[in-house]
Design a protein around this ligand. Structure first.
Ligand SMILES: *Cc1c(COP(=O)(O)O)cnc(C)c1O
Length: 344
């Protein structure tokens, strides 16, 4: 079945971004965070593409996400960042993925079940998930088969934030005392902080998908291009209004294009004010309010626009983020299920 809206996904750009990130931390392996359906792109498709390029370490948030991936590529390991709740144990013991144990209860639960290989998250100042340094060195972890010890940076997108160096030092001191085979600290922004942050394994997400994670991160290539089809063209006479609430009035005779995309697809109302599409060389600004399933553009500058044409929606992540107040993460993960995802 053909959908009137699609995401054009650039597989070469995805792989190029993964290689570029890996080259920032030459002594570390470069993994990939593919939680939240691969930040909206499609987690299994991202995993298979990156596995073909040589990526061996993948991260999802939950066991439901792990199961949805289907069979894992040969030689690949998957870590489940949220660890094991009591309700997860059946699935977790049967699945090839490893839990990232985050709390004392999770450690005990995994050990009592004889769970085998696992990862462990230690908190170094973010106060989100993870056991404390004191817990990590208390004997709690003795005898566990720990593959990777992880921590997570709170402020890596701000290279001047003093917490970065503090977390780096605390993690370096602690990681050696946890009997793990590998150490992993950096997300995308952490990689940009420098090779010191690489340790043995890095876990980028947003930058793989074209997000600019921080200063120096502009070299990534965009991966996601949302496209929507024109359902109708109409002439709006001068002085008439467009859309819900009649928030936009035509100051001149206007040719309007009605697109098959709306806030239910992740094109939120906050993107309306500064949003635009492109048809050939023409820029088509959003006019009026974004509807649930529809979006109206001023196509006066594109006299050739016709019903059925595909319009590329502006999705420059840093710029759209700046203009809308939504984070690049929110922009990507909000992309809805009605888009047909097409890799090219
Ligand atoms: C989401 C996540 C990542 C990836 O973060 P990005 O900022 O998208 O690169 C890495 N590690 C953990 C623990 C995460 O939750």
């Amino acid at each position: 079945m053909s959908a009137p809206l699609r995401l054009d996904l650039d597989g070469d750009a995805l792989v190029a971004n993964w290689r570029w990130l890996g080259a920032r931390v030459p002594d570390a392996a470069c993994g990939a965070a593919i939680k939240a359906n691969g930040y909206g792109l499609g987690a299994a498709a991202v995993m298979w593409r990156l596995a073909d390029a040589g990526c061996r370490d993948f991260f999802v948030a939950t066991w439901a996400e792990a199961e949805r991936l289907g069979p894992l590529p040969e030689g690949v390991t998957l870590s489940v960042l949220h660890g094991v709740r009591a309700e997860d144990m059946g699935v977790a013991l049967a699945h090839p993925a490893r839990p990232v144990l985050n709390s004392v209860d999770q450690v005990r639960r995994w050990r009592e079940a004889g769970g085998g290989a696992c990862d462990v998250m230690v908190d170094t100042g973010m106060n989100r998930l993870g056991i404390s340094a004191a817990e990590a060195t208390s004997g709690l972890l003795d005898g566990l088969a720990i593959e990777t010890v992880l921590s997570h940076l709170a402020c890596a997108d701000d290279p001047n934030h003093p917490l970065n160096a503090r977390q780096l030092a605390d993690f370096a001191a602690l990681a050696g005392r946890v009997g793990a085979r590998r150490r992993s600290l950096a997300n995308s922004a952490g990689i940009l902080l420098g090779a010191d942050y690489g340790f043995d394994l890095v876990r980028p997400g947003i930058a793989l998908y074209g997000g600019v994670a921080g200063p120096g991160g502009e070299s990534v290539t965009p991966v996601v291009r949302p496209m929507a089809q024109i359902l109708q063209m109409r002439d709006v006479p001068e002085g008439q209004d467009v859309g819900y609430g009649a928030t936009w009035a035509a100051g001149r005779p206007t040719r309007a294009a009605i697109l098959n995309v709306g806030y239910a697809d992740g094109f939120l109302r906050a993107l309306g004010a500064s949003g635009f599409g492109r048809l050939g060389d023409a820029i088509l600004p959003v006019i009026g309010r974004v509807s649930m399933d529809l979006l109206t553009l001023d196509a006066t500058g594109a006299p050739d626009a016709r019903e059925g044409d595909w319009v590329a929606l502006d999705f420059d992540l840093p710029r759209v983020s700046q203009a809308s107040g939504l984070s690049q993460y929110e922009l990507l993960t909000g992309l809805g299920s009605r888009f047909e995802r097409r890799w090219c």
